[in-house]
Design a protein around this ligand. Structure first.
Ligand code: NAP
Length: 247
């Protein structure tokens, strides 16, 4: 039988944001594709809930705040064949109301944390030759929304950074790609300030299939980018808009 190019068998993958939403689905999907998965998030109970959903394996919990002591989180990790930088927060404020703390908060989690985590993983030699690095940005980096200025900017910064990182890691055949999702049904939007009624109306009226993404839709793309099927793919930023009509 021909080898399956989509399997993650034999690979060890770190997924941040694995205690919820897209990161949780990605961790589960990676385990189903036979990877060993290292899950990160701050909330240990919710990480345990993720582990309980995963296919059996020698999965590892690496709980911790990525805006804190990242070196300590990285030190005990095994060598990695893939990283999905999924942890992030939403933010909603009109531009005229933005204060310095808003910038520190959102850029801190959505930009500074993945950049410093990635640097620490490289410094501590945790990333194997031929690995795959995936960043979860947002279509917002290029498609504006009212009251979403800092969030969109944090994702734009991530896209630009990933584009440079790919150059530095290419000599070791490490690829760097970005997934930019449109709306996905997770806590980030459900608790993001819009009522569920407004979200359902938006989903009905402004999406070609009248459906937002589900977390597993993004997870399956992450698996593809982590697998050998994409071993020569680097520097891509894939929009996963769920057919948002305004794009
Ligand atoms: N949902 C959408 O519509 C959508 C669209 C485009 C892009 N995205 C992006 O997708 C990613 C995942 O979001 P989601 O929708 O799945 O949201 P979510 O369900 O709220 O999950 C966010 C995850 O980030 C983790 N996290 C937040 N702050 C952290 C910190 N300081 N240190 C470590 N982990 C932290 C949370 O874990 P703990 O609370 O346990 O720390 C949680 O696991 C984010 O980067 C988001 O910007 C989402």
């Amino acid at each position: 039988m021909a080898p399956n190019p989509f399997t993650l068998e034999g690979k060890t993958i770190l997924v941040t944001g694995a205690s919820s939403g897209i990161g949780r689905s990605t961790a589960v999907a990676c385990s189903q594709m036979r990877a060993t998965v290292v899950v990160n998030g701050r909330n240990e109970a919710r990480l345990d809930a993720t582990l309980a959903l995963m296919a059996p394996g020698s999965h590892v919990k690496a709980a911790g705040d990525l805006t804190g002591d990242v070196a300590a989180i990285v030190a005990p990790l095994p060598k990695l064949d893939g990283v999905v930088h999924c942890a992030g927060i939403g933010h909603s404020k009109l531009c005229k109301q933005i204060e310095a703390e808003d910038i520190d908060l959102v850029m801190g989690v959505n930009f500074k944390a993945p950049v410093l985590l990635q640097a620490e993983l490289l410094k501590q030699r945790k990333v194997n030759k031929g690995a795959s690095i995936v960043f979860v940005a947002s279509i917002g980096y290029d498609y504006p929304n009212v009251a979403n200025g800092i969030y969109c900017a944090s994702k734009g910064a991530l896209v630009s950074y990933a584009n440079c990182l790919k150059l530095e890691l290419a000599p070791r055949l490490i690829r760097v790609n970005v997934i930019s999702p449109g709306m996905v049904w997770t806590d980030l939007i459900v608790h993001g300030g819009m009522t569920e009624e407004t979200l359902r109306e938006d989903e009905q009226n402004n999406y070609l299939f009248h459906q937002y993404n589900q977390p597993e839709d993004i997870a399956h793309l992450a698996v593809y980018l982590l697998s050998d099927a994409t071993r020569r793919m680097t520097g891509s930023n894939i929009l996963f808009s769920a057919g948002a009509k305004r794009l």
